[in-house]
Unconditional design. Structure first.
Length: 60
């Protein structure tokens, strides 16, 4: 399977559980992987890479 960037803003992703008022929140994918910087801005374009057959980077 080919890999491609996931085309979505963090706030639109079910993997992001941030606070809309504060506009920052943790990304489930980055946190599960152990990234030191796992808090993202809601307007940040997702930089995770997914397999072509996946619906979201946190699926699985």
């Amino acid at each position: 399977m080919a890999k491609r960037p996931f085309d979505r803003l963090c706030r639109d992703c079910e993997c992001w559980y941030g606070n809309e008022d504060e506009e920052y929140g943790p990304c489930t994918v980055k946190h599960r992987r152990g990234d030191r910087r796992f808090v993202t801005h809601g307007s940040h374009r997702c930089d995770e890479v997914v397999e072509d057959d996946q619906q979201a980077p946190c699926t699985g």
